[in-house]
Design a protein around this ligand. Structure first.
Ligand code: AMP
Length: 132
């Protein structure tokens, strides 16, 4: 049903919860699974950005290895998470994005979240994995 699944992960323990669901779906449908982590663009010096990437890479590499995701399907980019995730969707013919979603109530529900923005911008199906 889905050929190319993209899982958007942050580097918290919740990333693994979202990835587990994406990996199970990829197994079920025989889909190619990709993983994306976006480092929020900062106006700090290039060296600092390089350091941020160096810190995050081992975590993403570990997740990739654990779920047998091909290296070429691992994306670590700089930018706004929702817009980079949607750019990857278009570039790589993604037909399902799997992303975590926190329950937000009151004023927080009106503030932008990555999951909400992706849901609005993506042209493919989006699976929201509920996180507590
Ligand atoms: P948030 O909107 O920050 O509550 O995050 C909800 C979900 O969006 C997370 O569970 C991830 O699936 C995804 N996400 C958040 N931040 C990032 C990021 N920097 N890179 C990739 N995905 C992210």
């Amino acid at each position: 049903m889905y050929k190319n699944i993209l899982c958007a992960v942050d580097v918290s323990s919740e990333g693994e919860i979202v990835l587990l669901k994406a990996a199970a779906l990829a197994e079920l449908y025989g889909s190619q699974l990709s993983i994306a982590h976006i480092i929020e663009y900062t106006f700090l010096p290039k060296d600092y950005q390089k350091k941020l990437k160096e810190d995050v890479l081992p975590v993403i590499q570990e997740m990739t290895k654990k779920h047998n995701i091909k290296k070429k399907n691992r994306y670590v980019k700089f930018g706004k998470p929702y817009s980079e995730i949607c750019a990857l969707e278009n570039k790589h013919n993604i037909d399902l994005i799997v992303i975590g979603s926190h329950e937000k109530r009151g004023v927080k529900a009106f503030l932008g979240s990555t999951a909400h923005a992706v849901l609005q911008q993506a042209t493919c199906d989006v699976l929201l994995v509920k996180l507590r």
